[in-house]
Design a protein around this ligand. Structure first.
Ligand code: FPP
Length: 274
């Protein structure tokens, strides 16, 4: 397969990209970033050093995904469980890291035409972090390229609970509960991810074979790629390796042959290059 390699890929990335079929890139990739603590432990460093090192992995992955024109990338930055069950000092560190990342990265996101979105219970995050998030979202809102969604204080079960609550509330304000109509499209339209197509590929780093309460509804037909690489060591080239593995799979969506994806709600990714 010989095709043009997008500008900006490094030598190793270009090598993997050359073997990909550009017509069959995933439209949405979701990543469970895992292994920061183990990365730090192996180096006899505090856990937070792993989170700090994880930012370079985020930067590389986001830039490579944008360069090859992936329309949507979603990163599981931290779960509701991380938020509630980890020591306050670690959570505070993650909050500061996120705030700093947003402030520092907005110019690069704009340069790469990337629009920022969030999923998760944002209203439970510290006020100053919420304000920084809103600022970064607004600053990148006009961008028409990749949609980068950060899952923050996210839980798939809470997302489903919130979706059911919002359907019931909408019905009770619109003529009463007898007007409640629930089907798959209605659920999908009430998820935090209503701005996105379902992921085609979910990547998990550090070798764990779990979904950990991430996008349980949306990942119904996703291909799962698990790499032993710990998140702080993950780079754009590893993302491309995951896509290469994805392209080897036969997607059947419950049918017998190469199938059509099940009907999904229409999503508006803006003027995304596909
Ligand atoms: C999982 O590793 C990682 C997290 C809970 C935090 C993810 C945060 C980052 C990658 C950095 C900041 C992110 C952004 C978007 C700026 P773990 O601590 O569970 O690792 P372990 O399983 O080895 O203990």
């Amino acid at each position: 397969m010989q095709h043009k390699v997008p500008a900006g890929l490094d030598h190793k990335e270009a090598e993997v990209y050359r073997h990909l079929d550009p017509a069959r890139l995933p439209k949405h990739i979701a990543i469970i970033m895992d292994g920061n603590g183990r990365w730090a432990k192996r180096r006899h460093m505090p856990r937070v050093a792993g989170h700090r090192a994880g930012v370079a992995a985020v930067r590389s992955t986001v830039e490579t995904a944008a360069r090859i024109h992936i329309p949507a990338l979603t990163l599981y930055a931290f779960s509701e469980e991380n938020w509630k069950k980890r020591p306050k000092s670690e959570v505070d560190f993650l909050m500061r890291l996120l705030s700093r990342y947003l402030k520092a990265e907005v110019p690069t996101l704009n340069k790469n035409n990337i629009r920022l979105e969030y999923i998760g219970r944002q209203h439970e995050l510290p006020q100053d972090v919420q304000e920084r998030m809103a600022w970064a979202r607004e600053a990148t809102a006009p961008n028409t390229g990749m949609v980068l969604t950060l899952a923050l204080n996210y839980s798939a079960r809470s997302e489903l609970v919130d979706a059911f609550r919002s359907m019931v509330n909408a019905a009770s304000q619109n003529g009463g509960i007898e007007h409640l109509h629930i089907d798959e499209d209605a659920v999908a339209r009430n998820l935090y991810t209503r701005h996105l197509p379902d992921p085609d590929l979910v990547v998990r780093t550090s070798g764990e074979m779990r979904l950990s309460n991430f996008l349980l509804w949306q990942l119904a037909y996703a291909e799962i790629y698990v790499t032993p690489t710990l998140w702080p060591d993950f780079r754009g080239v590893h993302l491309l390796e995951g896509i290469a593995e994805y392209q080897k799979r036969e997607r059947r969506y419950g049918g017998l042959n190469h199938g059509e994806a099940p009907r999904r709600i229409d999503v508006d990714l803006g003027k995304v290059h596909t």
